[in-house]
Design a protein around this ligand. Structure first.
Ligand SMILES: Cc1ncc(COP(=O)(O)O)c(C=O)c1O
Length: 497
């Protein structure tokens, strides 16, 4: 383990020193990293979409004929044909532009088509497009080094995967082999990926159809004061009771059967429930006491999303394994991974790790990660997310809650916010029932349609909309989006009592 002091030094390097080791450029220290200049605004000329409805119709027709989409009844969907994207915007073939408040699937942390990342991918393609995972490759080595430099504590070895779900699969495999124990504890109201083990760990309805019933997973309740399972009225009560519930669950499952506890540091798709102070430290302590591996899933919350490089930094907690994907390279080329502690890496020092992927640490994906991390450091993207979250998004969403009866709760940090929409603020009845579809989901569908009509692409899940734009969004763009959200919420208000 690193000492606290080493940990602080490592994190201060991560936060404040722009790193550009591939090109060996000296760091740009011309601006104060605490008050970075706003990221450059894309020029309007480059962003003016050129309408081409015929091309759009062809794209759409081939999609409808041949593309089988995720999580969907294929005949009931109507995917938008997208012609282009830049920065925080994308546009369709009719020339209609949308401000993307969803960052794709919460992964374009530095927006679309960042020129430095596109150039890095092009350069890597020209130099070495691909190479097998058993070799030491410059882009792979450098990506691992830059990531390890930023992860908390002694999470200094990086196993690369193709995305988030397989990162979770491997983290769980490592935990089981390290402890020799079978079970995994994970939270209801969580998402950990769509592959077989990851979806069985997931605590939302997407698991149900694939629940093997024998995946060795036990679900428990994590803190969520607004809809407390513990009859809590304060954060302190929620924290203490959630920890007591977890401890009891472990006691009754048998501590010697539990390999890992996996949590999203801040649950993302499930509702951005920022854990109360002390909760994650409490889970850490429980894991230590019972010899359980603590896995934090930062696939969505990592790489600047919360206004820190990793959400774990907000709580000063170091897990034994940390999964990442998405923001690591703004999703430009598929990449994920597991950051591994010294003790777990040691388990596989002399004994082979029984797992691998053809594309583990793919050079194109790793070159994109190197460029993304350097861009984030040079352009103060993490600081931008923290500042705009605290100064703009938080206050403006709370002001929206004052005006709109449909807003039950506002919660979040950085560029990671949720509005919980309700029919009735007193009873907290959700605007649509849990897991609603079709007619039952009509109020949320009407809200989303109104936002899109206004030019805002929202993230919508169940009775929530999440404000999760790129972490390098400008203040002006953010305010434009919040004004469009304000207008769309009037449609949600029509469904309140
Ligand atoms: C917290 C978390 N873990 C895992 C995943 C799965 O990642 P992927 O879709 O890249 O497999 C996601 C995806 O949204 C996620 O949010």
């Amino acid at each position: 383990m690193l000492s606290n002091r080493q940990h602080i030094v490592k994190r201060s390097i991560a936060r404040h020193l722009p790193v550009d080791n591939l090109s060996r450029k000296p760091p740009d220290l011309t601006h104060d990293a605490d008050f970075p200049p706003p990221p450059p605004m894309p020029t309007l000329a480059r962003m003016t979409p050129q309408p081409n409805p015929e091309a759009g119709a062809a794209v759409k027709a081939a999609d409808r004929d041949h593309v089988f989409h995720s999580w969907s009844a294929q005949e009931l969907i109507d995917p938008l044909a997208v012609a282009g994207a830049e920065g925080s915007y994308f546009w369709d073939y009719d020339g209609r532009r949308y401000l993307d408040f969803s960052s794709g699937l919460v992964y374009t942390n530095v927006g679309y088509q960042h020129p430095k990342i596109v150039a890095a991918i092009q350069e890597q393609a020209a130099k070495m497009t691909t190479f097998a995972p058993a070799f030491a490759i410059e882009a792979r080595s450098e990506a691992a080094r830059l990531i390890a430099e930023r992860t908390p504590g002694d999470l200094d070895k990086i196993f690369f995967t193709n995305g988030g779900a397989d990162a979770v699969e491997h983290a769980i495999r490592m935990a089981r082999l390290h402890t020799g124990r079978p079970k995994v504890l994970s939270a209801y109201r969580s998402y950990h990926g769509g592959t077989q083990q990851a979806v069985n760990i997931t605590g939302d309805p997407r698991r149900w159809a694939s629940d093997s019933g024998s995946a060795g997973v036990v679900h428990f309740w994590a803190p969520y004061l607004y809809r407390s399972r513990f009859y809590a009225e304060t954060e302190e009560q929620e924290c203490a009771r959630a920890l007591e519930h977890l401890e009891t669950t472990i006691r009754f499952e048998g501590p010697s059967t539990v390999a890992a506890i996996i949590l999203e540091t801040i649950p993302g798709t499930a509702g951005i429930m920022v854990p109360p102070p002390g909760y994650l430290a409490g889970v850490r302590e429980i894991c230590d006491r019972h010899g359980i591996v603590f896995v934090l899933d930062e696939v969505m919350a990592g790489f600047g999303r919360t206004g820190e490089w990793f959400a774990a930094d907000l709580f000063d907690v170091t897990p034994d394994l940390l999964t990442f994907a998405k923001g690591v390279n703004s999703g430009y080329v598929p990449l994920g991974g597991v950051a591994i502690s010294g003790a777990i890496a040691e388990t596989f020092g002399k004994r082979p790790y029984p797992g691998g992927l053809t594309y583990s640490g793919h050079p194109l994906a790793c070159a994109a990660a190197v460029a993304t991390i350097n861009v984030m450091a040079e352009e103060g993207v993490v600081e931008n997310a923290a500042r705009l979250g605290a100064d703009v998004v938080g206050p403006e969403l709370r002001a929206l809650a004052e005006r709109h009866p449909s807003v039950g709760e506002v919660r979040g940090t950085g560029m990671f916010w949720a509005l919980e929409l309700v029919r009735d603020r007193e009873t907290r009845e959700p605007l649509v029932p849990y897991n609603a579809a079709g007619e039952a989901n009509a109020p949320m569908a009407a809200f989303a349609a109104a936002a899109k009509k206004g030019g805002l692409w929202p993230f919508v899940n169940m009775n929530r909309t999440h404000v999760v734009p790129p972490c390098n969004i400008s203040e002006a763009e953010l305010k434009e989006g919040l004004a469009l959200l304000d207008a769309a919420l009037s449609v949600a208000d029509e469904h309140t009592r």
